[in-house]
Write a protein that binds this ligand. Structure first.
Ligand SMILES: *Cc1c(COP(=O)(O)O)cnc(C)c1O
Length: 359
């Protein structure tokens, strides 16, 4: 006889730390419980004695951490009687909103910047049958429009300004502590709209306050150089980066993210698109973990700060890999443009030669 209960998602697992009641209808796709993978080859390659773990959020149901917030936001929207949700998105929020709306049987409207979202994210959102509204403006413009239109139409905003999104997303910090038995010394993550750094810091604080863990991590937020308002210390107007998920100049969780940085003794830094893409490829090639470009900013940052000694040897570090690399096949193909597949005769001899040539 088995005593293990079928896993039914993060609200069920952490229901006593989330705003649901016994009668709440939970909208879930069994998100959460993502693997925490310890890197084996990269620490050796950089010659540093550190434990680096990656929290692979790309293995959530729609392929990004946005599912954590969306299960909670859509559950509460439905509980409050809402029949439609809306969001502005750089891609992953729209995919998650569309999927959870489909699950709940309500409508989803998503505003996306035309031509600036990864192909996989667009395909998913279409398949989940959301109404896609493309705007000839960036995420920040879309966000402003969503906030306005919600005053004029019966739609619930499910961007991370919706506090239930943060509630759902904080469970990633719980999972890390539950698995390791402690909080890491450093938590590194990409920062765009800054909801996620806000959520992790909230989760770690709740666990530390309740003595589930004795420590809290230093929070390190990494941005793309062309979209780095936290590094600039001010909002910026025309963010640009190949890492479209963090192509944001006016982060909505501005004050919360600064609080996380200050209270944890952490920092923000920025990386060029080349550095971010190099980290994405490194992680794929040397560890077998394929994340999307934005996610790799966390590893680019961690590696730089480990190599410089800012993160000292002996540290335990968690990097959040926010989304799955498969979402952005165009970038992946560009990354591997030199690795042309060979075409040969369909004969044993030719295949044998192709193999022996490479060994
Ligand atoms: C949304 C997203 C981010 C940025 O998270 P914020 O909470 O907006 O800071 C980073 N990476 C990926 C893949 C995302 O989808």
């Amino acid at each position: 006889m088995t005593t293990q209960k079928h896993y039914t998602g993060l609200i069920e697992r952490y229901r006593d730390r989330l705003p649901v009641s016994a009668t709440t209808r939970i909208i879930s796709l069994n998100e959460g419980r993502t693997p925490l993978i310890q890197l084996q080859n990269i620490p050796r390659m950089i010659g540093k004695d550190v434990e680096i773990y990656v929290k692979f959020e790309g293995l959530n149901p729609t392929g990004s951490f946005k599912d954590r917030g969306m299960t909670m936001a859509v559950t509460k929207a439905v509980e409050d009687g809402s029949e439609a949700i809306i969001c502005a998105s750089t891609g992953n929020t729209s995919a998650a909103a569309a999927a959870y709306a489909a699950r709940a049987g309500i409508k989803a409207f998503v505003l996306i910047p035309e031509g600036k979202i990864a192909l996989g994210k667009l395909a998913q959102t279409l398949m989940y049958n959301a109404t896609i509204i493309q705007i000839n403006g960036n995420f920040d413009k879309g966000m402003a429009l969503v906030k306005e239109v919600a005053n004029h139409a019966p739609v619930t905003i499910v961007n991370s300004i919706n506090p239930f999104r943060i509630e759902g997303q904080k469970t990633a910090a719980f999972e890390i502590v539950d698995e390791l038995g402690f909080a890491p010394d450093y938590h590194c993550l990409p920062v765009g709209n800054a909801g996620n750094i806000t959520a992790y810091w909230k989760g770690y604080n709740e666990y530390a306050t309740d003595r589930v863990c004795g420590n809290r991590p230093v929070m390190c937020g990494y941005q793309a150089a062309g979209a780095a308002p936290f590094v600039a210390g001010m909002m910026i107007d025309n963010p640009e980066t190949v890492a479209t998920a963090i192509r944001i100049g006016h982060p909505q969780s501005w004050d919360f993210a600064w609080a996380a940085q200050k209270e944890s003794g952490g920092w923000f830094d920025k990386f060029s698109d080349e550095q971010i893409l190099a980290a994405q490829k490194m992680l794929s090639q040397y560890e077998g973990v394929f994340c999307e470009p934005a996610s790799a900013a966390s590893l680019a940052g961690a590696l730089q700060d480990i190599i410089s000694g800012k993160i000292p040897e002996g540290s335990k570090i968690v990097c959040t890999l926010t989304g799955n690399g498969i979402k952005d096949p165009e970038i992946a193909m560009q990354q591997c443009a030199d690795a042309k597949p060979v075409t040969i005769d369909a004969s044993l001899d030719a295949v044998k030669r192709a193999i022996l040539d490479c060994l």
